[in-house]
Design a binder for this molecule. Structure first.
Ligand SMILES: Nc1nc2c(ncn2[C@@H]2O[C@H](COP(=O)(O)OP(=O)(O)OP(=O)(O)O)[C@@H](O)[C@H]2O)c(=O)[nH]1
Ligand SMILES: [Mg+2]
Length: 320
C-alpha cells in the first residue's frame, strides 16, 4: 500500500501556510540528494522563498553549538519544553557527524528531548549528514530556512568542531555557544579564536557550583578584553533547571535587535554557494573565478532572489 509521494510544491505551500504537519514529509524531500531529486527540492524551496512569503520566513533560526559532552542535548530538551510553555512551535535539527558510523538518522536525541505525544508543534530531526570537515550539509541549511516558514523557533544543533562553527554563524540568526565548566573547555574555546561567532555564551552545569561560576567569570573577562558585549549566561539543565528562561529572553531580544533581511540574505547566499560547490565541486568554483568571485556574484541583486535562482546565476556564469 504505497500512497503517492506528496507533491513537493504542495508541501512547500503548506509550510508557507504554517501547516506544520507538512514538515516531516518536506524534510524528507529536502534531504534527498542527487540530480534526480534536485527539481523536487527546488520546487519545494521556491514556495518558501521570501518572494513567495512576502518577506523573510518569520521563525527564529537559533544555532546551538559546543564541544562534545558540553550539555547541548540536555539543554535543548529544556529549551524546547520552555518555548512550548510559551506557546511557540519549535523545530530542532540536530547534526551529529560522529553517528556517521551507524549511518542514517539517529534516535538518541529524539529520545532525549521530551515531546508530548501528538504535539505537532514540536519536530525533532536528527541527522548524521555533515561534510567531511564537520560543516553543515547543504540540505541542513535549506531545511532550516524552510522550517522557519512554519515554526516559530528553529534550532540547529551542531557539535562545535571544525567547519561547523563558521557554518552555523552564516546560517543562524542567533548563535548560542555552550561551554561546560572546567576540563579545559573554556580555555580551549578562548584559545580557538572563534570569539566573534557567538551572539550568546552559555556555561552549562551551573549546578556544579564554583567551577561553573569560575568558567563564566573567565569568559566574561575575555569578552570584556575583546571589547565585545556578548552576554555570558549560566544554566543548569538538570531539573529543576535554572537560567533557561533568561537564556530564552536573551535569545529573543538578540533576535529582535537583528537586521533580519541582511542576516537571512547571508544565510541564503551561503546555502546557494554551498549547494553549488556540492554539485560542481572546486572545478565549478574555479570556472566562476573562485570562491570570492562566486560570493560577489551571489551578492548581486537578482530579479528573483530565491535560492534556486542564485544557484542558476552561478551556473550561468560558469557556462554550465
Ligand atoms: N550536572 C549537570 N550535568 C549535565 C547538565 N547538562 C548535561 N549534563 C550531563 O552532561 C553529559 C553530556 O550531556 P549532553 O546533553 O549529552 O551533551 P551534548 O553536548 O549533547 O553531548 P554530545 O551530543 O556528545 O556532543 C550527560 O551526562 C548529561 O547528563 C547540567 O546542567 N548539569
Ligand atoms: Mg548531544
Amino acid at each position: 500500500m504505497n500512497a503517492n509521494p506528496p507533491d513537493p510544491a504542495e508541501l512547500g505551500r503548506r509550510l508557507a501556510a504554517r501547516d506544520r504537519t507538512a514538515a516531516p514529509a518536506a524534510l524528507n524531500v529536502i534531504e534527498q540528494t542527487g540530480e534526480r531529486h534536485a527539481a523536487d527540492v527546488a520546487a519545494l524551496l521556491a514556495e518558501v522563498a521570501p518572494e513567495k512569503l512576502g518577506g523573510d520566513a518569520p521563525g527564529m533560526i537559533v544555532g546551538v553549538t559546543g564541544p562534545p559532552g558540553a550539555g547541548k542535548s540536555t539543554l535543548l530538551s529544556e529549551l524546547v519544553a520552555k518555548w512550548r510553555e510559551r506557546g511557540k512551535s519549535v523545530a530542532v535539527l540536530a547534526i551529529d557527524p560522529s553517528s556517521k558510523r551507524s549511518g542514517g538518522s539517529l534516535l538518541g536525541d529524539r529520545a532525549r528531548i521530551r515531546v508530548e505525544p501528538g504535539d505537532t508543534d514540536v519536530l525533532i530531526r536528527s541527522t548524521a549528514t555533515a561534510t567531511r570537515l564537520g560543516g553543515l550539509a547543504p540540505a541542513t541549511r535549506e531545511a532550516a530556512l524552510a522550517m522557519a516558514a512554519a515554526f516559530d523557533v528553529v534550532i540547529v544543533e551542531t557539535v562545535g568542531v571544525g567547519q561547523s562553527e563558521t557554518d552555523i554563524a552564516e546560517l543562524a540568526d542567533s548563535v548560542v555557544v555552550i561551554v561546560q565548566p572546567a576540563s579545559g573547555d573554556v580555555l580551549q574555546f578562548i584559545k580557538s579564536g572563534v570569539m566573534e561567532i557567538p551572539d550568546l555564551l552559555v556555561v552549562t552545569k551551573s549546578d556544579l557550583g564554583a567551577p561553573a561560576t569560575r568558567a563564566a567569570r573567565e569568559l566574561m573577562g575575555t569578552v570584556k578584553t575583546l571589547g565585545s558585549h556578548t552576554p555570558v549566561l549560566l544554566v543548569s539543565s538538570l531539573p529543576p533547571s535554572t537560567g533557561v528562561d533568561e537564556l530564552i529572553d536573551t535569545v529573543e531580544s538578540h533576535h529582535a535587535s537583528l537586521d533580519l533581511p541582511a542576516s537571512r540574505a547571508e544565510a541564503r547566499r551561503a546555502a546557494a554557494l554551498d549547494a553549488f560547490v556540492h554539485e560542481h565541486g572546486e572545478r565549478g568554483l574555479r570556472a566562476v573565478g573562485g570562491r570570492r568571485a562566486a560570493q560577489r556574484l551571489l551578492a548581486e541583486p537578482s530579479p528573483t532572489p530565491g535560492l534556486p535562482r542564485l544557484v542558476e546565476l552561478l551556473q550561468d556564469a560558469a557556462g554550465y
